[in-house]
Design a protein around this ligand. Structure first.
Ligand code: ADP
Ligand code: MG
Length: 204
């Protein structure tokens, strides 16, 4: 397990690559129940994050916080402030990260920030529906170490993402569609699953 700024840099750059490769897919999902910009929004923000050099920062915590500020300042859509808040909170908690339990606590601080800011609950058909079950699964497996916890988190995130199709949106632009949002996978839950899958690849 390595959780220094180089490992975190690998995680965020891997996520940025995934977002870039899937930008059209994410935008297509957002075309169905939103305004067709989620891929473009996330790609703009994560390209700016990928341009940061983790070795310019004294600590991984400082680098993660800068990533959050970069997302807030470069992404106009709802996802920018939400992902930005996630990384600001994770970065603030990162000073205490040294094992699976403390990594889970830092990620949960990020989820709490998203919920505080966006007021979404589980079941509202948002990125919370991928992140929240992922962190529950992480915590349930934290005793087995970071790799096992992240593997469980990635599986749960993907299941949460898939389950958003059947939900009625209650937050964000998709909520304007009401029942017509059913049958479409949430774009934000899709990008959030990519973030957790990248964490499994790079932080284990
Ligand atoms: P916008 O909706 O402003 O166009 P994006 O298209 O980039 O922004 O992001 C849309 C995604 O943001 C949604 O798919 C959903 O997952 C997430 N989202 C929107 N509003 C909220 C909220 N209040 N809480 C949590 N996530 C939200
Ligand atoms: Mg949108």
């Amino acid at each position: 397990m390595s959780l220094d700024s180089l490992a975190v840099g690998a995680w965020l750059k891997d996520f940025a690559d995934d977002i870039h490769e899937n930008a059209d897919y994410l935008t297509d999902l957002d075309r169905e129940i939103g305004d067709a910009d989620h891929g473009a929004n996330m790609d703009r923000g994560m390209s700016a994050v990928a341009a940061l050099d983790p070795s310019d920062f004294a600590s991984a915590a400082g680098y993660i916080k800068k990533a959050g500020m970069t997302l807030v300042s470069t992404v106009g859509g709802a996802s920018g402030p939400l992902y930005g808040t996630f990384f600001l909170r994770v970065g603030t908690a990162w000073a205490n990260v040294h094992d699976a339990a403390s990594l889970g606590a830092a990620l949960r601080a990020g989820l709490d920030g998203i919920i505080q800011r966006g007021k979404a609950s589980v079941g509202d058909k948002t990125l919370v529906d991928a992140l929240s079950p992922a962190l529950d699964a992480f915590d349930a497996h934290a005793g087995e170490g970071v790799a096992a916890a992240l593997a469980a988190a990635a599986t749960a995130a993907a299941a949460g993402r898939d389950a958003t199709s059947a939900l009625i949106a209650h937050k964000g632009r998709a909520s304007y569609l009401g029942e017509r949002s059913v049958g479409h996978q949430d774009p934000g839950a899709t990008s959030m699953t990519m973030l957790i899958e990248a964490a499994r690849r790079d932080l284990s």
